[in-house]
Design a protein around this ligand. Structure first.
Ligand code: NAI
Length: 547
């Protein structure tokens, strides 16, 4: 851990959290023992931004731009975040998805300087020492991965470290978590990626993944040490394999401040967009019939939150269940099926409701039910055919159609097709980024359900009010507040989700709602007379050099 004594000279100049580089004034240079260590010119942070933006622009491809920005982050964090803040829409996809995927795949090749903690199975007897070697004593947010299911790229071993680093950059940029108080961690438990095991540049433990028994014991030991060393920290799980993700969340979520963004963040952003869309359509969620095409981990997670929201809007749980139609590769989930998991069974329709239908596929559900919302989390590219979209558009003025599968090539339909087949009436949000669509001579941006709308706000909220848990209600509060911020509510030609440039401001609003919910749920102390919005605002770190 870094010692607290004030740094001087070279040490201060090279400390990425405290340096100003060429922006140290002449007085500061004299005061801190830096005379002669810098060229004569004294720059402002604005000058530095202009310079670094120019450098950034001369890089030839997105990976080079990513490498440039990561190097800047390691050199001068304040400047890195100022540059990002001034260019959010352009740089977010470089620092995070999609470019970070390639950075993970080529982690060993592009590795320059260490960042965060590599918690390796061979060090399992020394996990406390590993944790104590972190760079700062106080930490607000940890993002941890084991690299097994990185984006859509599968097992990347410790290359997965790119994700916690990138994601924590967004916790800071958008959620205002101080960079010194973030900690990226990769659990190095081996890799089953044969290419990596044979790659001379691979930097992780060259070993196949450990067995499940060893794995859960190791994670348990890790979590125990984290809780002892950093009892107030938010521990966010990221990109774990489906088989481990839910068991880990279930095991720890009632014992500590933790959430899984792939499961809970994804559901919140999709339900947020849906809440906005339902309002634009003039028919709240609780009055809609919802079809989920794809009943895997993502689909079921989204449906759980939809059901909770329908109940919050006044339905009984049983009434809500009857409004939800889930379909998997074998057709509609019904209670006479024997192949359903426990989680899926909660969304099975009574078989008698569909007797006499002739079939139990998507087209049958659209034909027989007054469907207003069609969501896709199936990986089945093109499943939302012209026939399906036209049938849905014939039932309602404002069909809500979200092809959410990633990557782009897996989307259930292209937004332009949905616009064409619905005469531009459909309200659309996607999982992957798509170019704007043309509707009646107008260009319309398409909302992308990116988790960045949610997780920085969760981090900011729990940090501001010192919450001890992340409850379902807090995630739902985030979703609803995001939905209320939908630009389409002002003008239905606008996208269902806000522009990235507006993220910091909207995140403050979402964080305030989440903080309030934490207090209501009894997982955060009532703030002493303070206005929660002001408390959240005060908690935000901003990228300015100290005066
Ligand atoms: P999964 O494998 O757990 O579930 C897939 C589901 O789709 C299964 O129920 C399967 O039976 C069903 N399915 C597959 N092919 C089908 C077909 N031809 N017809 C009907 N049903 C079919 O996968 P998971 O983790 O739930 O992910 C699903 C998709 O959602 C992926 O493309 C993933 O990238 C995407 N996703 C998107 C997110 C977002 O924010 N937009 C977040 C998380 C996942």
């Amino acid at each position: 851990m870094s010692e607290q004594r004030p740094r001087r000279g070279q040490e201060l100049l090279l400390d990425p959290l405290r340096t100003k580089g060429t922006a140290f004034s002449q007085d500061e240079r004299r005061e801190h023992g830096m005379l002669g260590l810098l060229p004569a010119a004294v720059k402002t942070i604005a000058d530095q931004c202009e310079h670094t933006y120019h450098e950034f622009s001369t890089r030839h491809n997105d990976l080079d731009r990513h490498i440039y920005l990561r190097a800047l982050q390691d050199r001068n964090e304040t400047l890195f975040y100022r540059l990002l803040l001034d260019n959010i829409a352009e740089m977010l996809p470089i620092v995070y998805t999609p470019t970070v995927g390639e950075a993970c795949q080529r982690f060993g090749e592009i590795y320059r300087r260490p960042r965060g903690l590599f918690v390796s199975y061979p060090d399992r007897e020394h996990l406390r020492e590993v944790l104590r070697n972190r760079r700062a004593e106080e930490v607000d947010v940890i993002v941890v991965t084991d690299g097994q299911r990185i984006l859509g790229l599968g097992d990347q071993g410790i290359g997965g470290m790119g994700i916690p680093i990138g994601k924590l950059s967004l916790y800071t940029l958008i959620g205002g978590i101080a960079p010194a108080r973030t900690l990226p961690i990769v659990l190095d438990v081996g890799t089953d990626n044969a290419d990596l095991l044979n790659d001379p540049y691979y930097l992780g433990w060259r070993h196949e993944r450990i067995s499940d028994d060893e794995y859960y014991a190791f994670v348990d030991e890790f979590v125990t040490v984290v809780r002892e060393e950093l009892p107030d920290v938010l521990l966010q799980w990221e990109d774990f394999a489906t088989a481990h993700a839910l068991p880990l969340l279930t095991r720890y979520r009632d014992e500590m401040l933790t959430f899984n963004d792939d499961i809970q963040g994804t559901a919140a952003v999709a339900v947020g967009a849906l809440h906005g869309a339902a309002q634009v359509a003039g028919r709240p969620l609780a009055q809609q019939q919802v079809v989920m095409f794809g009943a895997g981990s993502a689909g079921i997670g989204v449906l759980q939150m939809i059901r909770q929201e329908m109940v919050a809007q006044g339905l009984s749980d049983a009434e809500a269940a009857l409004r939800i139609w889930a379909i998997d590769i074998n057709g509609l989930l019904t209670d006479d099926r024997t192949d359903l998991s426990a989680a899926q069974r909660r969304f099975a329709q009574p078989a008698e409701r569909v007797t006499g239908w002739g079939g139990r596929q998507l087209a049958d559900v659209i034909q027989h039910v007054d469907v207003g919302i069609l969501l896709g989390l199936s990986t089945a590219a093109g499943a939302f055919t012209e026939e399906i979209v036209r049938a849905l558009a014939a039932k309602t003025d404002s069909p809500i159609i979200f092809p959410l599968s990633n990557p782009t090539s897996r989307a259930e339909a292209h937004p332009q097709q949905i616009a064409d087949w619905s005469d531009g009436r459909a309200l659309v949000a996607t999982g992957s980024p798509f170019p704007p669509v043309q509707v009646g001579g107008h260009t319309r941006k398409v909302a992308q359900c990116n988790n960045v709308y949610i997780f920085p706000a969760i981090g900011l909220a729990v940090t501001a009010v010192r919450a001890t848990r992340v409850t379902d209600n807090m995630m739902r509060a985030a979703a609803m507040t995001l939905g209320e911020a939908s630009p389409a509510l002002v003008d239905r030609g606008l996208p269902l989700l806000p522009d990235y440039e507006d993220l910091p401001e909207i995140t403050t609003r979402i964080a305030t709602a989440v903080a309030l919910q934490a207090v209501r749920d009894g997982v955060a102390p009532e703030p002493a007379g303070a206005d929660l919005a002001a408390l959240v605002e005060r908690t935000r770190w901003t990228p300015d050099y100290p005066g």
